[in-house]
Design a protein around this ligand. Structure first.
Ligand SMILES: CC(C)(COP(=O)(O)OP(=O)(O)OC[C@H]1O[C@@H](n2cnc3c(N)ncnc32)[C@H](O)[C@@H]1OP(=O)(O)O)[C@@H](O)C(=O)NCCC(=O)NCCS
Length: 182
């Protein structure tokens, strides 16, 4: 699995504990945290350390694709993106971008690279994702990647402290390849 991914404007790399101040600023924003499933609010240094503890506790054979998103021109740490193996066996895409950087196409650019890296794994034929009903921008990102709706469900949102209506989305390797064929 690649440790780094490069796109036109972004360098995706392993998050480091030195990135904690940027994580706390980015995820400490209600408008970011309320749209993520497992991020507590408020988000503290201790929460960020827990995130790194979990990352470091994973065994090398455990599937994990977790990237910090940095901007190439200045190295700033602006978000995160990954594909994670859920308990139900699904490979799920997740991402966030710090609010000052929204609307520049960074989430789409980063997620496209991460999805491509995930599909390089032969065992991954389908990737899932979900976005809350009150978060249409995330739906735009997923549709641009080729995801299609496959239902809806209530999903827990840790920051809000309750379950929220969520669009379930699905992307097959074939659909991704067709969408991104040169
Ligand atoms: C969702 C999120 C990742 C998008 O990041 P981004 O870098 O701004 O995304 P992009 O610029 O690549 O694309 C955003 C899309 O949403 C659209 N958009 C922006 N605001 C919108 C709004 N209020 N309503 C509908 N669409 C909107 C943009 O126009 C763009 O689509 P387009 O290219 O078709 O015009 C970012 O807002 C975020 O981190 N939110 C909080 C965390 C989150 O929602 N994560 C995803 C969980 S499923």
């Amino acid at each position: 699995m690649n440790e780094r991914l490069e796109t036109e404007r972004l360098l995706l790399r392993k998050p480091e504990r030195t990135d904690i101040p940027a994580l706390v600023t980015g995820l400490g924003d209600w408008d970011v945290a309320k749209n993520l499933g497992r991020v507590p609010f408020p988000y503290s240094d201790a929460d960020a350390h827990e995130f790194f503890d979990r990352l470091e506790a994973r065994s090398p054979d455990q599937f994990d694709l977790t990237f910090g998103i940095t901007v190439k021109v200045d190295g700033s740490y602006i978000g995160g993106c990954g594909v994670h193996l859920r308990e139900n066996g699904e490979f799920e895409l997740g991402y966030w971008i710090g609010k000052p950087q929204w609307g520049r196409g960074y989430a789409t650019e980063a997620a496209r690279a991460v999805v491509q890296a995930a599909f390089a794994e032969p065992r991954i034929g389908t990737i899932t994702a979900g976005y809350y009903f009150d978060n249409p921008p995330s739906g735009h990102v997923l549709v641009k990647l080729g995801f299609v709706p496959c239902g809806e469900e209530m999903r827990e949102c840790r920051a809000r402290g309750h379950a929220v209506r969520c669009h379930a989305m699905l992307l097959t390797r074939q659909a991704f390849q067709l969408k991104h064929a040169a």
